[in-house]
Design a protein around this ligand. Structure first.
Ligand code: DGL
Length: 254
């Protein structure tokens, strides 16, 4: 049993979508959410920069006595998770594009994977693509610039709709069965993505799987908290703007 908080980080607002799933599954835990807003976006940066930023995030959370770390960022997981696990002696749980459930539930159909340019280039995704391409047609779709719009707190409206229209224009006459949200920012615009298709498309993200894996690890390691009343959440950001913390809380409550 351990009543210390679970540390969760992302480049900014994205990981709030994972925090929601963690809180839903483990409401009694305390959480510290750290958004590295100052250095966002990660998804177009070099490996060494992403590694350096991820380490800083972990150190910050460990200073606040985190008992486990959830890397609520596909980009940072792809680049840094392995090395970070080798350096720290606490559970470090990552997230990856939910290609497996998408391929299993939509065999012999087309599945788009929206993610950052870095995530789609890395070994983790290349492996996923290789493993599931015989089940479904997996189409990687990098979305440069989308995280920047969401980081401004915009989750609906013209700017997002126009971005998606251009992004999805090559698929106008192609039937897509599922869209995998391979970046934790994108669940915040799930409704806009649904609306961008004229027909029903299954939208899948990795947040639930990551929450389940976190609970599984904490259980195995005997690190679940001993409380039976709601835990608290501390929101933090590397940006000094007060607006950021307000947007984090707003997105969490949506
Ligand atoms: N939300 C992150 C991800 O899941 C990072 C996006 C970014 O900073 O580019 O990939």
């Amino acid at each position: 049993m351990n009543n210390n908080p679970i540390g969760v980080f992302d480049s900014g607002l994205g990981g709030i979508s994972v925090l929601k799933e963690l809180k839903a599954l483990m409401p009694y835990e305390n959480y510290i959410y750290y958004g590295d807003t100052f250095n966002a976006p990660y998804g177009i940066k070099s490996d060494s920069e992403i590694m350096k930023y991820s380490e800083k995030c972990i150190k910050k959370l460990l200073d606040m006595r985190a008992k486990a770390i959830v890397i609520a960022c596909n980009t940072a997981t792809s680049v840094a998770a392995k090395k970070l696990r080798a350096c720290y002696n606490i559970p470090i749980i990552g997230i990856e594009p939910a290609v497996k459930p998408a391929a299993v539930h939509h065999p012999e159909s087309r599945v788009i994977v929206m993610a950052t340019p870095v995530t789609l280039k890395k070994e983790k995704f290349v492996h996923l693509m290789k493993n599931y391409s015989n089940m479904a047609e997996i189409i990687p779709l990098p979305c440069p610039g989308l995280v920047e719009i969401i980081e401004r707190g915009i989750t609906e409206g013209k700017e997002i709709d126009n971005y998606l229209k251009v992004l999805l224009s090559p698929f106008e006459n192609v039937k897509i069965s599922a869209v995998v949200l391979g970046c934790t920012h994108y669940p915040h615009i799930k409704n806009a993505i649904k609306k961008a298709f004229e027909y029903e498309v299954d939208i899948i993200d990795g947040g639930v799987g990551t929450a389940r894996e976190t609970k599984r690890r904490l259980t195995i390691e005997g690190l679940l908290c001993g409380r039976s009343e709601n835990g608290n959440i501390i929101f933090m950001s590397s940006s000094s703007s007060k607006n950021v913390l307000c947007t984090m809380k707003k997105l969490f409550e949506l």
